[in-house]
Ligand binder design. Structure first.
Ligand SMILES: [Zn+2]
Length: 273
């Protein structure tokens, strides 16, 4: 019976991933995620429950609307599968309790933020406000039901971490703006780091920003800048460095800091002697 239990956990996660897809599609357009029911954007026919089963329906429908044949993006089943796997792994690794659910929720919200920022260059308040309140309230709840809040910060560190996270992005944004003459950090990055800071506490918040800068330099240096340069050369236009959606890097960096930040900080301090 144990395998069935894990299958159920994955299916719950995949259903939450299905809802995450709705948030990713609707929040940037400032639409409700509750109403109306999902419908095809071309033929506008509502999507029946049997065509809305995570992963399976996309495969059965062969990535097309049942009525008009409009292609359905592979993002839908991919997000469902990743969130399903994230819930299964989190609960298996951190136990079927409060901390397992908190890790799974963190992974889900951070994935939503990374995808939305990559697609639309914005981080909806729906993700960050929910994440922030969840990250501030859970340490207090944890005081009553948990022996050890790890990997999350306790209530006091959560509060300081939130201030450090938002403040740090403010400072980076201010210096970036002074250097580049244009907006370097958006409000979404600030609220994202208030949320991450409340989860991990002040030390790992600094680490998150460091991880994100490292990931951003890698991605831009090895991929985005060379490809952009080649394209502009081929088209005969002037090369312009594209906009950096920093949340795309802050979100996975926050997850890395949550899971491995303590080890990374311990290693760093030991190399300093
Ligand atoms: Zn259709």
């Amino acid at each position: 019976m144990i395998p069935l239990f894990y299958v159920l956990t994955f299916l719950v996660g995949a259903s939450i991933g299905s809802f995450l897809n709705v948030c990713i599609a609707r929040w940037p357009a400032e639409l409700s995620v509750v109403r109306p029911r999902s419908r095809c954007p071309r033929c506008e026919r509502p999507i029946a429950w049997y065509d809305n089963i995570p992963i399976a329906s996309w495969l059965v429908l062969r990535a097309k609307c049942r009525h008009c044949g409009l292609p359905i993006s592979a993002q839908y089943p991919l997000v469902e599968a990743v969130v399903g796997a994230a819930w299964l792994w989190s609960l298996w690794e951190f136990g079927y309790g409060l901390n397992g659910v908190r890790v799974a929720v963190a992974a889900t919200v951070l994935l939503g933020i990374a995808i939305t920022d990559a697609k639309h260059y914005l981080i909806p308040d729906g993700f960050t406000v929910f994440g922030f309140l969840f990250a501030l309230v859970m340490p207090v709840v944890g005081l009553f039901v948990l022996d050890d809040p790890w990997p999350f910060a306790g209530p006091w560190d959560a509060l300081i971490g939130a201030c450090v996270g938002a403040g740090l992005i403010r400072i980076i944004g201010w210096l970036g703006e002074a250097a580049l003459g244009k907006e370097a950090m958006g409000q979404g990055d600030e609220t994202l780091m208030a949320f991450v800071g409340a989860m991990v506490g002040p030390g790992r918040t600094l680490l998150t920003t460091f991880f994100a800068a490292f990931l951003a330099v890698l991605a831009f240096g090895l991929l985005v800048a060379p490809v952009g340069w080649l394209r502009s050369r081929r088209a005969g236009t002037a090369f312009e460095l594209p906009h950096v959606p920093f949340g795309v890097f802050l979100a996975p960096a926050g997850m890395l800091a949550l899971l491995f930040g303590d080890q990374a900080l311990a290693w760093y301090l030991s190399t300093l002697g």
